[in-house]
Design a binder for this molecule. Structure first.
Ligand SMILES: *[C@@H]1O[C@H](CO)[C@@H](O)[C@H](O)[C@H]1NC(C)=O
Length: 517
Protein backbone atom coordinates (compact mmCIF):
# COMPACT_ATOMS: atom_id res chain seq x y z
CA UNK A 1 0.00 0.00 0.00
CA UNK A 2 2.68 2.39 1.17
CA UNK A 3 4.94 1.67 -1.81
CA UNK A 4 2.10 2.07 -4.28
CA UNK A 5 1.30 5.48 -2.90
CA UNK A 6 4.96 6.46 -2.96
CA UNK A 7 5.20 5.20 -6.53
CA UNK A 8 2.15 7.14 -7.54
CA UNK A 9 3.56 10.25 -5.95
CA UNK A 10 6.85 9.71 -7.70
CA UNK A 11 5.14 9.18 -11.05
CA UNK A 12 3.01 12.28 -10.55
CA UNK A 13 6.06 14.34 -9.63
CA UNK A 14 8.02 13.06 -12.62
CA UNK A 15 5.10 13.85 -14.89
CA UNK A 16 4.78 17.34 -13.46
CA UNK A 17 8.49 18.00 -13.82
CA UNK A 18 8.38 16.63 -17.36
CA UNK A 19 5.40 18.87 -18.09
CA UNK A 20 7.19 21.98 -16.89
CA UNK A 21 10.52 21.44 -18.61
CA UNK A 22 9.28 19.87 -21.84
CA UNK A 23 9.55 22.24 -24.77
CA UNK A 24 6.25 22.75 -26.54
CA UNK A 25 5.60 23.82 -30.10
CA UNK A 26 3.68 27.04 -30.67
CA UNK A 27 2.57 28.58 -33.97
CA UNK A 28 1.64 32.27 -34.29
CA UNK A 29 -0.58 33.54 -37.08
CA UNK A 30 -0.71 37.36 -37.42
CA UNK A 31 -2.56 38.96 -40.34
CA UNK A 32 -0.23 39.81 -43.24
CA UNK A 33 0.28 43.48 -42.30
CA UNK A 34 3.39 45.01 -40.76
CA UNK A 35 2.12 46.26 -37.39
CA UNK A 36 0.51 42.92 -36.51
CA UNK A 37 3.56 40.94 -37.55
CA UNK A 38 5.79 43.20 -35.45
CA UNK A 39 3.83 42.83 -32.23
CA UNK A 40 3.18 39.09 -32.72
CA UNK A 41 6.88 38.50 -33.22
CA UNK A 42 7.59 40.25 -29.89
CA UNK A 43 5.18 37.97 -28.04
CA UNK A 44 6.51 34.96 -30.00
CA UNK A 45 10.06 35.78 -28.88
CA UNK A 46 8.88 36.04 -25.27
CA UNK A 47 7.29 32.57 -25.56
CA UNK A 48 10.50 31.21 -27.12
CA UNK A 49 12.50 32.62 -24.20
CA UNK A 50 10.52 30.24 -21.94
CA UNK A 51 12.16 27.34 -23.80
CA UNK A 52 9.51 26.54 -26.39
CA UNK A 53 9.81 25.94 -30.13
CA UNK A 54 8.07 28.90 -31.72
CA UNK A 55 7.00 29.42 -35.32
CA UNK A 56 5.51 32.51 -36.87
CA UNK A 57 3.54 32.29 -40.13
CA UNK A 58 4.75 34.91 -42.56
CA UNK A 59 3.64 35.58 -46.13
CA UNK A 60 6.36 35.18 -48.73
CA UNK A 61 6.54 38.91 -49.55
CA UNK A 62 7.44 39.77 -45.96
CA UNK A 63 10.17 37.19 -45.40
CA UNK A 64 12.94 39.41 -46.73
CA UNK A 65 11.97 42.40 -44.59
CA UNK A 66 13.57 41.16 -41.39
CA UNK A 67 10.49 42.07 -39.31
CA UNK A 68 11.05 39.12 -36.99
CA UNK A 69 14.21 40.24 -35.25
CA UNK A 70 14.55 37.44 -32.72
CA UNK A 71 16.36 34.48 -34.23
CA UNK A 72 14.75 32.05 -31.79
CA UNK A 73 11.46 32.52 -33.66
CA UNK A 74 11.28 30.27 -36.74
CA UNK A 75 9.52 31.45 -39.85
CA UNK A 76 6.79 29.38 -41.48
CA UNK A 77 6.39 30.80 -44.94
CA UNK A 78 3.13 30.77 -46.91
CA UNK A 79 1.63 32.35 -49.98
CA UNK A 80 4.48 32.07 -52.53
CA UNK A 81 1.91 32.73 -55.24
CA UNK A 82 0.02 35.46 -53.37
CA UNK A 83 2.18 38.53 -53.98
CA UNK A 84 2.21 41.56 -51.68
CA UNK A 85 -0.92 41.06 -49.58
CA UNK A 86 -0.46 44.26 -47.63
CA UNK A 87 -0.20 46.25 -50.84
CA UNK A 88 -3.33 44.48 -52.11
CA UNK A 89 -5.24 45.42 -48.96
CA UNK A 90 -4.22 49.07 -49.22
CA UNK A 91 -4.66 49.45 -52.97
CA UNK A 92 -7.94 47.59 -53.18
CA UNK A 93 -9.50 49.38 -50.23
CA UNK A 94 -7.70 52.72 -50.84
CA UNK A 95 -8.28 53.58 -47.17
CA UNK A 96 -5.33 55.92 -46.82
CA UNK A 97 -5.70 57.60 -50.22
CA UNK A 98 -9.38 58.26 -49.61
CA UNK A 99 -8.42 59.91 -46.34
CA UNK A 100 -5.84 62.24 -47.95
CA UNK A 101 -8.46 63.12 -50.55
CA UNK A 102 -10.68 64.41 -47.77
CA UNK A 103 -13.31 61.67 -47.62
CA UNK A 104 -14.74 61.10 -44.17
CA UNK A 105 -13.52 57.70 -43.05
CA UNK A 106 -16.39 55.35 -42.35
CA UNK A 107 -14.62 52.91 -40.06
CA UNK A 108 -17.27 50.24 -40.36
CA UNK A 109 -17.14 50.37 -44.15
CA UNK A 110 -13.35 50.31 -44.17
CA UNK A 111 -13.25 47.33 -41.82
CA UNK A 112 -15.80 45.62 -44.03
CA UNK A 113 -13.73 46.34 -47.17
CA UNK A 114 -10.58 45.01 -45.53
CA UNK A 115 -12.51 41.95 -44.37
CA UNK A 116 -13.69 41.21 -47.90
CA UNK A 117 -10.13 41.25 -49.22
CA UNK A 118 -8.77 39.30 -46.25
CA UNK A 119 -11.54 36.66 -46.51
CA UNK A 120 -10.42 35.94 -50.06
CA UNK A 121 -6.81 35.78 -48.91
CA UNK A 122 -7.81 33.36 -46.09
CA UNK A 123 -9.36 31.00 -48.65
CA UNK A 124 -6.13 31.08 -50.62
CA UNK A 125 -4.04 30.35 -47.54
CA UNK A 126 -6.33 27.53 -46.40
CA UNK A 127 -6.10 26.02 -49.90
CA UNK A 128 -2.28 26.16 -49.76
CA UNK A 129 -1.75 22.44 -49.26
CA UNK A 130 1.99 22.74 -48.72
CA UNK A 131 1.50 25.28 -45.92
CA UNK A 132 -1.31 23.32 -44.27
CA UNK A 133 0.84 20.16 -44.35
CA UNK A 134 3.73 22.03 -42.77
CA UNK A 135 1.49 23.22 -39.95
CA UNK A 136 0.12 19.69 -39.48
CA UNK A 137 3.58 18.13 -39.39
CA UNK A 138 4.74 20.46 -36.63
CA UNK A 139 2.18 18.77 -34.31
CA UNK A 140 1.88 22.05 -32.44
CA UNK A 141 0.63 22.26 -28.86
CA UNK A 142 -0.90 25.68 -29.40
CA UNK A 143 -1.93 27.87 -32.32
CA UNK A 144 -1.96 31.57 -31.46
CA UNK A 145 -4.26 33.56 -33.69
CA UNK A 146 -4.77 37.32 -34.02
CA UNK A 147 -8.36 38.04 -33.00
CA UNK A 148 -8.96 41.18 -35.05
CA UNK A 149 -12.29 40.27 -36.73
CA UNK A 150 -10.92 40.31 -40.27
CA UNK A 151 -8.37 37.61 -39.38
CA UNK A 152 -10.86 35.21 -37.81
CA UNK A 153 -11.36 32.93 -40.83
CA UNK A 154 -7.96 31.50 -40.02
CA UNK A 155 -9.36 29.85 -36.87
CA UNK A 156 -10.49 27.10 -39.24
CA UNK A 157 -6.87 25.94 -39.61
CA UNK A 158 -6.26 24.86 -35.98
CA UNK A 159 -9.82 23.52 -35.80
CA UNK A 160 -9.31 21.36 -38.90
CA UNK A 161 -5.96 20.08 -37.57
CA UNK A 162 -7.13 19.53 -33.96
CA UNK A 163 -4.65 22.02 -32.50
CA UNK A 164 -5.75 23.89 -29.35
CA UNK A 165 -5.83 27.62 -30.02
CA UNK A 166 -5.50 30.91 -28.19
CA UNK A 167 -6.63 34.34 -29.35
CA UNK A 168 -4.55 37.46 -28.95
CA UNK A 169 -5.56 40.85 -30.27
CA UNK A 170 -5.86 44.56 -30.24
CA UNK A 171 -9.50 44.49 -29.20
CA UNK A 172 -11.11 42.97 -26.15
CA UNK A 173 -13.79 41.48 -28.38
CA UNK A 174 -16.76 40.56 -26.20
CA UNK A 175 -18.53 38.84 -29.10
CA UNK A 176 -15.69 36.42 -29.84
CA UNK A 177 -14.94 35.73 -26.17
CA UNK A 178 -18.65 35.67 -25.22
CA UNK A 179 -18.20 37.93 -22.25
CA UNK A 180 -21.50 39.13 -20.74
CA UNK A 181 -21.54 42.83 -21.50
CA UNK A 182 -23.69 45.89 -21.99
CA UNK A 183 -23.58 47.68 -25.36
CA UNK A 184 -24.08 50.89 -23.36
CA UNK A 185 -20.64 50.72 -21.73
CA UNK A 186 -18.67 48.64 -24.25
CA UNK A 187 -17.66 50.79 -27.21
CA UNK A 188 -16.41 48.82 -30.19
CA UNK A 189 -13.26 50.45 -31.54
CA UNK A 190 -14.58 51.17 -35.02
CA UNK A 191 -16.74 53.87 -33.48
CA UNK A 192 -15.29 56.98 -31.91
CA UNK A 193 -17.28 56.45 -28.71
CA UNK A 194 -16.09 56.42 -25.13
CA UNK A 195 -17.71 54.39 -22.35
CA UNK A 196 -20.08 57.33 -21.65
CA UNK A 197 -22.34 57.21 -24.68
CA UNK A 198 -25.20 59.42 -25.72
CA UNK A 199 -28.56 57.83 -26.42
CA UNK A 200 -27.92 57.67 -30.17
CA UNK A 201 -24.48 56.18 -29.60
CA UNK A 202 -26.06 53.51 -27.41
CA UNK A 203 -28.53 52.75 -30.18
CA UNK A 204 -25.69 52.43 -32.71
CA UNK A 205 -23.68 50.29 -30.32
CA UNK A 206 -26.66 47.98 -29.66
CA UNK A 207 -27.40 47.54 -33.36
CA UNK A 208 -23.74 46.82 -34.00
CA UNK A 209 -23.58 44.11 -31.35
CA UNK A 210 -26.89 42.55 -32.47
CA UNK A 211 -25.44 42.34 -35.99
CA UNK A 212 -22.14 40.89 -34.79
CA UNK A 213 -23.87 38.26 -32.66
CA UNK A 214 -26.30 37.18 -35.36
CA UNK A 215 -24.30 37.57 -38.58
CA UNK A 216 -20.75 37.07 -39.81
CA UNK A 217 -19.99 40.71 -40.60
CA UNK A 218 -16.25 40.29 -41.00
CA UNK A 219 -15.70 36.59 -41.60
CA UNK A 220 -17.36 33.71 -43.35
CA UNK A 221 -18.52 30.67 -41.40
CA UNK A 222 -19.32 28.81 -44.63
CA UNK A 223 -15.56 28.34 -44.99
CA UNK A 224 -15.69 26.01 -41.96
CA UNK A 225 -17.52 23.27 -43.87
CA UNK A 226 -15.31 23.89 -46.88
CA UNK A 227 -11.94 23.66 -45.14
CA UNK A 228 -12.79 21.41 -42.17
CA UNK A 229 -15.30 19.04 -43.84
CA UNK A 230 -14.34 16.14 -41.56
CA UNK A 231 -15.25 18.13 -38.41
CA UNK A 232 -18.69 19.01 -37.03
CA UNK A 233 -19.86 22.36 -38.39
CA UNK A 234 -19.50 25.26 -35.98
CA UNK A 235 -19.80 28.95 -36.72
CA UNK A 236 -16.65 31.04 -36.40
CA UNK A 237 -18.15 32.78 -33.36
CA UNK A 238 -18.65 29.40 -31.68
CA UNK A 239 -15.16 28.25 -32.59
CA UNK A 240 -13.74 31.45 -31.11
CA UNK A 241 -15.57 30.91 -27.82
CA UNK A 242 -13.68 27.61 -27.48
CA UNK A 243 -10.26 29.27 -27.38
CA UNK A 244 -8.02 28.24 -24.49
CA UNK A 245 -7.50 31.88 -23.55
CA UNK A 246 -8.24 35.41 -24.79
CA UNK A 247 -5.35 37.82 -24.47
CA UNK A 248 -6.27 41.42 -25.24
CA UNK A 249 -3.80 44.23 -25.80
CA UNK A 250 -5.80 46.78 -23.82
CA UNK A 251 -6.01 47.84 -20.20
CA UNK A 252 -8.24 49.86 -17.89
CA UNK A 253 -5.94 52.89 -17.76
CA UNK A 254 -5.64 54.03 -21.37
CA UNK A 255 -8.85 52.22 -22.31
CA UNK A 256 -12.09 51.98 -20.33
CA UNK A 257 -13.00 49.51 -17.57
CA UNK A 258 -14.81 46.56 -19.15
CA UNK A 259 -16.42 43.35 -18.02
CA UNK A 260 -14.22 40.27 -18.22
CA UNK A 261 -14.26 36.51 -17.59
CA UNK A 262 -11.43 34.55 -15.96
CA UNK A 263 -10.08 33.50 -19.36
CA UNK A 264 -9.77 37.11 -20.58
CA UNK A 265 -6.34 38.52 -19.78
CA UNK A 266 -5.67 42.18 -20.45
CA UNK A 267 -1.97 42.79 -20.90
CA UNK A 268 -1.76 46.35 -22.21
CA UNK A 269 0.31 46.80 -25.36
CA UNK A 270 3.04 44.23 -25.90
CA UNK A 271 5.22 46.35 -28.19
CA UNK A 272 6.24 48.59 -25.28
CA UNK A 273 9.25 47.56 -23.24
CA UNK A 274 12.13 49.25 -21.42
CA UNK A 275 14.05 51.50 -23.83
CA UNK A 276 17.51 50.59 -25.06
CA UNK A 277 20.07 53.41 -25.42
CA UNK A 278 20.01 55.13 -28.82
CA UNK A 279 22.86 54.47 -31.19
CA UNK A 280 24.36 56.01 -34.33
CA UNK A 281 22.76 59.00 -36.01
CA UNK A 282 19.71 58.87 -33.74
CA UNK A 283 21.88 59.14 -30.64
CA UNK A 284 23.86 62.03 -32.12
CA UNK A 285 20.75 63.94 -33.20
CA UNK A 286 18.99 63.53 -29.85
CA UNK A 287 22.10 64.29 -27.78
CA UNK A 288 22.40 67.64 -29.55
CA UNK A 289 18.77 68.60 -28.86
CA UNK A 290 18.80 71.29 -26.20
CA UNK A 291 15.10 71.61 -25.37
CA UNK A 292 13.78 68.14 -26.01
CA UNK A 293 12.50 66.10 -28.95
CA UNK A 294 9.23 65.35 -30.69
CA UNK A 295 8.77 61.85 -32.13
CA UNK A 296 6.45 61.63 -35.08
CA UNK A 297 5.24 58.47 -36.80
CA UNK A 298 2.19 57.19 -38.64
CA UNK A 299 3.11 53.59 -38.02
CA UNK A 300 4.46 50.70 -40.03
CA UNK A 301 2.48 51.20 -43.21
CA UNK A 302 1.94 54.93 -43.73
CA UNK A 303 5.27 56.55 -44.62
CA UNK A 304 4.09 58.37 -47.75
CA UNK A 305 2.10 61.41 -46.67
CA UNK A 306 0.10 63.69 -48.93
CA UNK A 307 2.37 66.74 -49.58
CA UNK A 308 -0.20 69.21 -48.21
CA UNK A 309 -0.03 67.37 -44.87
CA UNK A 310 3.75 67.09 -44.66
CA UNK A 311 4.14 70.79 -45.61
CA UNK A 312 1.76 71.75 -42.84
CA UNK A 313 3.60 69.60 -40.32
CA UNK A 314 6.94 71.16 -41.31
CA UNK A 315 5.65 74.69 -40.81
CA UNK A 316 4.16 73.69 -37.46
CA UNK A 317 7.47 72.16 -36.31
CA UNK A 318 9.29 75.35 -37.37
CA UNK A 319 7.30 77.27 -34.75
CA UNK A 320 8.84 75.19 -31.97
CA UNK A 321 12.41 74.99 -30.75
CA UNK A 322 12.37 71.22 -30.27
CA UNK A 323 14.08 68.73 -32.52
CA UNK A 324 11.91 66.29 -34.44
CA UNK A 325 12.54 62.64 -35.33
CA UNK A 326 10.04 61.83 -38.03
CA UNK A 327 9.28 58.49 -39.66
CA UNK A 328 8.45 59.51 -43.21
CA UNK A 329 9.53 58.84 -46.79
CA UNK A 330 10.84 62.37 -47.40
CA UNK A 331 14.10 64.26 -47.49
CA UNK A 332 14.33 66.57 -44.48
CA UNK A 333 13.72 70.23 -45.40
CA UNK A 334 15.88 71.23 -42.41
CA UNK A 335 18.24 68.49 -41.17
CA UNK A 336 19.34 70.66 -38.23
CA UNK A 337 15.89 70.57 -36.66
CA UNK A 338 14.11 67.71 -38.40
CA UNK A 339 15.49 64.23 -38.94
CA UNK A 340 13.52 62.09 -41.38
CA UNK A 341 13.92 58.35 -41.76
CA UNK A 342 12.03 55.37 -43.17
CA UNK A 343 12.64 53.55 -39.92
CA UNK A 344 12.99 54.90 -36.39
CA UNK A 345 13.70 53.12 -33.07
CA UNK A 346 10.33 54.36 -31.83
CA UNK A 347 10.18 52.62 -28.45
CA UNK A 348 13.73 53.72 -27.61
CA UNK A 349 13.10 57.31 -28.73
CA UNK A 350 9.91 57.53 -26.65
CA UNK A 351 11.80 56.06 -23.73
CA UNK A 352 14.48 58.78 -23.97
CA UNK A 353 14.25 61.40 -21.23
CA UNK A 354 14.23 64.21 -23.82
CA UNK A 355 11.00 62.94 -25.47
CA UNK A 356 8.34 65.60 -24.84
CA UNK A 357 5.65 64.78 -27.39
CA UNK A 358 4.53 61.94 -29.64
CA UNK A 359 2.76 63.00 -32.83
CA UNK A 360 0.96 59.87 -33.90
CA UNK A 361 -1.83 58.36 -35.97
CA UNK A 362 -2.65 56.46 -32.77
CA UNK A 363 -2.22 52.88 -33.75
CA UNK A 364 -2.36 50.63 -30.72
CA UNK A 365 1.35 49.76 -30.65
CA UNK A 366 2.67 53.33 -30.63
CA UNK A 367 0.03 54.49 -28.20
CA UNK A 368 1.03 51.89 -25.64
CA UNK A 369 4.69 52.72 -26.12
CA UNK A 370 3.86 56.37 -25.34
CA UNK A 371 1.85 55.32 -22.29
CA UNK A 372 4.63 53.03 -21.09
CA UNK A 373 7.19 55.82 -21.33
CA UNK A 374 4.85 58.59 -20.18
CA UNK A 375 4.94 60.76 -23.32
CA UNK A 376 1.76 62.78 -24.11
CA UNK A 377 0.29 62.43 -27.59
CA UNK A 378 -1.01 64.67 -30.36
CA UNK A 379 -3.46 62.32 -32.06
CA UNK A 380 -3.86 62.59 -35.83
CA UNK A 381 -5.90 59.48 -36.68
CA UNK A 382 -6.33 58.16 -40.22
CA UNK A 383 -8.49 55.02 -40.23
CA UNK A 384 -9.52 51.85 -38.39
CA UNK A 385 -9.32 51.92 -34.60
CA UNK A 386 -7.18 55.09 -34.67
CA UNK A 387 -10.15 57.43 -34.22
CA UNK A 388 -11.31 55.41 -31.23
CA UNK A 389 -7.78 55.33 -29.80
CA UNK A 390 -7.49 59.11 -30.23
CA UNK A 391 -10.81 59.66 -28.48
CA UNK A 392 -9.66 57.73 -25.42
CA UNK A 393 -6.55 59.90 -25.23
CA UNK A 394 -8.74 63.02 -25.38
CA UNK A 395 -11.21 61.68 -22.78
CA UNK A 396 -8.43 60.71 -20.37
CA UNK A 397 -6.61 64.01 -21.04
CA UNK A 398 -3.37 62.33 -22.04
CA UNK A 399 -3.08 64.51 -25.13
CA UNK A 400 -5.09 66.23 -27.85
CA UNK A 401 -6.90 65.03 -30.94
CA UNK A 402 -7.54 66.75 -34.27
CA UNK A 403 -8.27 66.09 -37.92
CA UNK A 404 -4.96 66.89 -39.61
CA UNK A 405 -6.64 67.65 -42.93
CA UNK A 406 -8.60 70.52 -41.45
CA UNK A 407 -6.23 71.94 -38.83
CA UNK A 408 -3.91 74.72 -40.03
CA UNK A 409 -0.17 74.73 -39.37
CA UNK A 410 -0.68 77.39 -36.68
CA UNK A 411 -3.38 75.34 -35.00
CA UNK A 412 -1.18 72.25 -35.04
CA UNK A 413 1.71 74.24 -33.54
CA UNK A 414 -0.58 75.67 -30.86
CA UNK A 415 -1.76 72.20 -29.89
CA UNK A 416 1.81 70.93 -29.69
CA UNK A 417 2.74 73.87 -27.44
CA UNK A 418 -0.26 73.29 -25.23
CA UNK A 419 0.66 69.64 -24.75
CA UNK A 420 4.37 70.30 -24.20
CA UNK A 421 4.17 73.41 -22.01
CA UNK A 422 0.62 73.25 -20.63
CA UNK A 423 1.71 70.77 -17.99
CA UNK A 424 -1.61 68.96 -17.57
CA UNK A 425 -1.18 66.36 -20.31
CA UNK A 426 2.41 65.50 -19.50
CA UNK A 427 1.51 65.18 -15.83
CA UNK A 428 -1.52 62.94 -16.50
CA UNK A 429 0.56 60.80 -18.82
CA UNK A 430 3.36 60.39 -16.25
CA UNK A 431 0.82 59.33 -13.64
CA UNK A 432 -0.89 56.89 -16.04
CA UNK A 433 2.51 55.51 -16.99
CA UNK A 434 3.46 54.80 -13.37
CA UNK A 435 0.14 53.05 -12.76
CA UNK A 436 0.47 51.12 -16.00
CA UNK A 437 3.96 49.83 -15.21
CA UNK A 438 2.86 48.93 -11.70
CA UNK A 439 -0.02 46.80 -12.99
CA UNK A 440 1.14 45.46 -16.33
CA UNK A 441 4.90 44.95 -15.89
CA UNK A 442 6.33 43.93 -19.26
CA UNK A 443 3.23 43.10 -21.35
CA UNK A 444 4.83 40.59 -23.74
CA UNK A 445 6.08 38.57 -20.79
CA UNK A 446 2.56 38.57 -19.35
CA UNK A 447 1.24 37.26 -22.67
CA UNK A 448 3.95 34.58 -22.80
CA UNK A 449 3.16 33.57 -19.23
CA UNK A 450 -0.51 32.95 -20.02
CA UNK A 451 0.19 31.11 -23.27
CA UNK A 452 2.64 28.86 -21.43
CA UNK A 453 0.09 28.43 -18.64
CA UNK A 454 -2.67 27.11 -20.90
CA UNK A 455 -0.23 24.75 -22.62
CA UNK A 456 0.51 23.21 -19.23
CA UNK A 457 -2.90 23.30 -17.60
CA UNK A 458 -5.36 23.88 -20.45
CA UNK A 459 -7.85 26.73 -20.40
CA UNK A 460 -11.01 24.71 -19.69
CA UNK A 461 -10.95 25.43 -15.95
CA UNK A 462 -11.35 29.17 -16.64
CA UNK A 463 -14.11 28.77 -19.21
CA UNK A 464 -17.51 30.04 -18.13
CA UNK A 465 -20.59 27.93 -18.94
CA UNK A 466 -21.93 31.04 -20.63
CA UNK A 467 -19.21 30.78 -23.28
CA UNK A 468 -20.79 27.54 -24.52
CA UNK A 469 -24.37 28.82 -24.60
CA UNK A 470 -26.29 30.66 -27.25
CA UNK A 471 -26.62 34.36 -26.40
CA UNK A 472 -30.38 34.12 -25.79
CA UNK A 473 -29.70 31.59 -23.03
CA UNK A 474 -26.83 33.61 -21.59
CA UNK A 475 -29.06 36.67 -21.30
CA UNK A 476 -31.96 34.43 -20.15
CA UNK A 477 -34.12 35.75 -22.99
CA UNK A 478 -35.70 32.27 -23.22
CA UNK A 479 -36.50 32.36 -19.50
CA UNK A 480 -37.87 35.89 -19.71
CA UNK A 481 -40.03 34.85 -22.69
CA UNK A 482 -41.23 31.80 -20.76
CA UNK A 483 -42.10 33.83 -17.65
CA UNK A 484 -43.78 36.50 -19.75
CA UNK A 485 -45.79 33.76 -21.49
CA UNK A 486 -46.92 32.38 -18.12
CA UNK A 487 -47.76 35.84 -16.83
CA UNK A 488 -49.66 36.57 -20.01
CA UNK A 489 -51.53 33.23 -19.83
CA UNK A 490 -52.47 33.84 -16.20
CA UNK A 491 -53.61 37.34 -17.11
CA UNK A 492 -55.67 36.10 -20.06
CA UNK A 493 -57.18 33.23 -18.02
CA UNK A 494 -58.08 35.58 -15.19
CA UNK A 495 -59.60 38.01 -17.64
CA UNK A 496 -61.58 35.19 -19.29
CA UNK A 497 -62.82 33.87 -15.95
CA UNK A 498 -63.70 37.34 -14.76
CA UNK A 499 -65.67 37.98 -17.92
CA UNK A 500 -67.45 34.61 -17.59
CA UNK A 501 -68.35 35.38 -13.95
CA UNK A 502 -69.59 38.78 -14.94
CA UNK A 503 -71.70 37.29 -17.71
CA UNK A 504 -73.15 34.69 -15.32
CA UNK A 505 -73.81 37.39 -12.74
CA UNK A 506 -75.48 39.62 -15.30
CA UNK A 507 -77.31 36.63 -16.75
CA UNK A 508 -78.66 35.61 -13.33
CA UNK A 509 -79.53 39.16 -12.30
CA UNK A 510 -81.42 39.78 -15.55
CA UNK A 511 -82.99 36.33 -14.99
CA UNK A 512 -84.08 37.48 -11.54
CA UNK A 513 -85.41 40.69 -12.99
CA UNK A 514 -87.42 38.73 -15.57
CA UNK A 515 -88.76 36.53 -12.80
CA UNK A 516 -89.80 39.51 -10.72
CA UNK A 517 -91.50 41.08 -13.65
C1 LIG B 1 9.37 56.68 -51.24
O1 LIG B 1 9.03 57.63 -52.22
C2 LIG B 1 9.58 57.32 -53.49
C3 LIG B 1 9.34 58.51 -54.43
O2 LIG B 1 8.11 59.13 -54.20
C4 LIG B 1 8.99 56.05 -54.03
O3 LIG B 1 9.49 55.72 -55.27
C5 LIG B 1 9.29 54.94 -53.02
O4 LIG B 1 8.65 53.73 -53.41
C6 LIG B 1 8.82 55.32 -51.63
N1 LIG B 1 9.27 54.33 -50.66
C7 LIG B 1 8.43 53.69 -49.83
C8 LIG B 1 9.06 52.72 -48.88
O5 LIG B 1 7.23 53.85 -49.82
Amino acid sequence: MQTTRANLLLTATTLMVAATVQAKTVIFFPPPTTSYVVYHSGVAAAVASLGHQVWLCLPHFMVERNLVKDKSVHILEYGQHLGNLEYQIYTRTRIVDKFWEGQTPREMEALYDVSTVVTEIASDILSDKKFVDQVRNLKADLFVLESIPFNMNMIILPYALDIPYALIGTIHDVVLSKVPFSPATTPFPVYRFSDRMTFLQRVTSTIYYLMRINFDLFYDSSLVSKFAPHKPYKSINDLAANAEIFIAEVDHILDYPRTMLPNTKLIGGSSASPAKPLVGEFQKFVDEATSGIIVMSFGGSVVNLAPYISNKMVSAFKQLDLRVVWKINMTSPDPKQIMTSLWIPQNDLLGHQKAKLFVSHCGKNGQYEALYHGVPILCLPIYGDQGYNSERVRVKQLGLYTDMREASADELAAMMKEIIYGGKYAENMKKASRLYRELYKVPKHEAAYWLDHVMTYGGAYMRSAGQQMPWYQLYVLDVVAFLLAIALSVLLCTAAIARKCYQIYRGSSTGKKTKHQ
